[in-house]
Design a binder for this molecule. Structure first.
Ligand SMILES: Nc1ncnc2c1ncn2[C@@H]1O[C@H](COP(=O)(O)OP(=O)(O)OP(=O)(O)O)[C@@H](O)[C@H]1O
Ligand SMILES: [Mg+2]
Length: 365
């Protein structure tokens, strides 16, 4: 876990309880200056609470928060120099976009001209140059969230905290705004923490992703690490999708078996014995090999073929025996699926590449 001295933000063992309920359980992580961190996890896992604890909107019961080496744990939100954007736009409906952005500035800047100049800069920054005189009700969702962003940036914060800033927006606007937000924070070298429950958002925007579950931090890694080297079955299935097979594993032979399926496992992900979960991502299942005799080749029944534009999603039946009902899901690029005329076939061969199979302890779910 990166909590070294060089971290600009450090969260150390932060625990937050609401009565008997533990919303945050000893959460620790660090963020380098200028880093973009995404917090990802299911509803109720403590994402907003963590952001609020960093902001000073919530006082933790244990642990501390440091910004630029200074312990800010006891400082109120107004002294922490953080910019915050909430999920709901939370703009003042009776103030224009300009006035919303100027709101915090007017208290801190003496000259009216100074305020106006700064508001112009900020509106420019978020691409709203000509819309300053509109009221929130006259702006689209995406435009309102830009105003909220400009307002959060007004006092040049040390830290930008974003709580699902894009979740209320439609897909196209989201994609556009996420690129803009990332460009802006990169340009300004601004350390940013963004809560999301959109895995694609986290994978595309973040330098590091924190995955939370039940108030605990379960993994802290680069997008590549959390996707390709998930620490637990939960992380594996929360980010992207994953096939799981319950069976037994012999670490000496590195053979996983379940029913008639005997599968080699190359990855060094586990030194486990006995009852385990084997996991493989749908895009790693290689479909449509002909007459191949290699490792982990199985003939499977095709239960279902689903067209999804760029890929076909197949539900396949491995020869597992009676007990197993969950199909093996495979994703095949559309071009390949067409070439193999996949829809027409009832049986097909697949390879489960040994190096793409991971083994997890069963109890780790
Ligand atoms: N003020 C509070 N009093 C009591 N319980 C609270 C309070 N704030 C949050 N909680 C509880 O703490 C847990 C974490 O809440 P939090 O808002 O941090 O979740 P979240 O991960 O942001 O979820 P979502 O994705 O739905 O926004 C939830 O079970 C919630 O009910
Ligand atoms: Mg929340």
């Amino acid at each position: 876990m990166s909590t070294g001295q060089e971290d600009y933000l450090r969260v150390e063992g932060v625990t937050k309880r609401f009565g008997a309920f533990t919303a945050l359980d000893a959460v620790s992580f660090g963020a380098a200056k200028g880093a973009f961190i995404s917090i990802l996890g299911p509803s109720g896992c403590g994402k907003t609470t963590l952001l609020r604890a960093v902001a000073g909107l919530e006082r933790q019961d244990e642990g501390r928060v440091l910004i630029a080496g200074q312990d800010v744990s006891q400082l109120p939100v107004s002294k922490r120099h953080v910019g915050i954007v909430f999920q709901s736009y939370a703009l003042f409906p009776n103030l224009t976009a300009r006035a919303n952005v100027a709101y915090g500035l007017s208290k801190n800047m003496k000259s009216r001209r100074g305020v106006n100049k700064r508001v112009d800069e900020l509106l420019n920054l978020v691409g709203l140059k000509n819309l300053g005189d509109k009221y929130p009700g006259q702006l689209s969702g995406g435009q309102q969230q830009r105003v909220a962003l400009a307002r959060a940036m007004a006092l040049s914060p040390n830290l930008l905290l974003l709580d699902e800033p894009l979740s209320a927006l439609d897909a196209q606007v989201r994609v556009m705004l996420r690129t803009e937000i990332r460009d802006m924070t990169r340009r300004l070298g601004l350390t940013t923490i963004m809560v999301t429950h959109d895995q694609e958002e986290a994978l595309t925007m973040a330098d590091r992703i924190l995955v939370m579950k039940d108030g605990k931090l379960v993994q802290n890694g680069s997008p590549w690490e959390v996707y390709d080297e998930p620490k637990t079955p939960f992380v594996a299935s929360f980010i992207g999708s994953m096939n799981f097979l319950r069976g037994s594993f012999n670490d000496a032979t590195r053979i996983f078996s379940k029913g008639l399926v005997r599968m080699e496992v190359a990855s060094e992900s586990a030194s486990l014995q006995g009852s385990v979960l084997a996991a493989i991502r749908p895009e790693d299942v290689l479909v449509g090999v002909n007459g191949e005799q290699g490792r982990n080749v199985f003939e499977v029944g095709v239960r279902l073929v689903e067209y999804r534009g760029p890929v076909y999603r197949l539900a396949l039946d491995l020869p597992l025996g009676q007990s197993e009902t969950a199909p093996l899901i495979a994703e095949v690029p559309a071009e390949k699926a067409r070439r193999l005329r996949l829809g027409a076939q009832e049986r097909v061969k697949v390879i489960l590449p040994p190096e793409r199979v991971r083994i997890f302890a069963e109890e780790a779910v």
